[in-house]
Design a protein around this ligand. Sequence first.
Ligand code: ADP
Ligand code: MG
Length: 395
Amino acid sequence: MNPAPDPLTTSAPAVTQDLAARFSQEFGSAPDGIWQAPGRVNLIGEHTDYNEGFVLPFAINRTARVAVRVRPGSSVRLLSTYGDQGLVSTRLDSLEPGSAKGWTKYPLGVMWALKQRGIAVPGVDLLLDSDVPLGAGLSSSHAIECAVISALNDLTGAGLEAQEMVLATQRAENDFVGAPTGIMDQSASLRGSEGHAVFLDCRNQNVRLVPFETQPADLVMLVIDTKVSHSHADGGYASRRASCELGAEVLGVKALRDVQLGDLAEASGLLDEVTFRRVRHVVTENDRVLQTVELLASQGPGAIGPLLDASHTSMRDDFEISCPELDLAVDASRASGAIGARMTGGGFGGAAIALTPVALEQKVRDAVATAFADAGFKAPDIFAVSPAAGARRIA
Ligand code: ADP
Ligand code: MG
């Protein structure tokens, strides 16, 4: 079990103290500890994960925090500082896929997945507080899961390695929550590190941390949340996935990961026009991830702008998963000084990122806000993120 790094005393940071105080107020005594896990931004590598390719997300300085106390018996009480669901009580032995509602499916899914692994999960009281924006494509849901699994791993003494926690949270998402997601979000949240991006090979799940610091390069990473909800996301995601599978089948490879840039000319003669463009996105995107990793090492973040731009163009024109708001966020930020910008996440809404010189941050913010107002779009939420630490115990 990890030792508590900071006792819940007046020396603890204010946010930790507040959460501990709120926990005591709600549940009658102090928590055993507080764990936090970050949301994530995908720097580059979109729709490459299920093609056994490469992704390069980073953990951000926005986190979900859970205060947890083990309680006797097998009942679980859950409360979030956000939303109006109130206190939810349930029993560990009644957990089964489909049994949980609202946000509680994330912590309960983790408890269920740990039980499936034979881990004796105790009853707990749990209070969640998070500043990861919901539904913006920054994985607020995985931040919850990763904070909860970190807490339970420590509290049960299960001793799971980060990779085992990644797989357990994937099981919670896939089988309990019912979302067919991969391992990118959990890998970033659990394995991220301050000043680094997480280079993940989705074929063998190998992870390598790649130095990625914006501040020393006088850059800031802006997230532009378009507030457009991913209304076509489910159907769009399924059809893109089907196109990729078809492409791989026709080209005779296990996954599109196995198609190289040099194979594209021949592929264009073998595939229908739409499938070819879907394939071209995946193949060029995998290559852009590898180039980004190389450039970050050799020249730093100031050199990756053109790759971010090219990624967006590919998603807009070849994979066709952008939308007018995302295109506008990207175009307006670039026109006002961002050195590279792209939509991030699954597409059809959500957020864009704009890598911006610090001196031009306000100009870019203003330009994007004005462009949205002029277009009659809902005002976007714009905020800066930096590559931050992965999940850990904070008190
Ligand atoms: P994303 O993970 O991209 O933010 P999701 O739809 O996967 O979007 O997850 C959002 C869901 O996560 C919300 O609908 C809610 O159930 C849950 N959630 C996230 N943060 C909180 C919070 N602070 N309190 C309660 N529920 C939350
Ligand atoms: Mg999510």
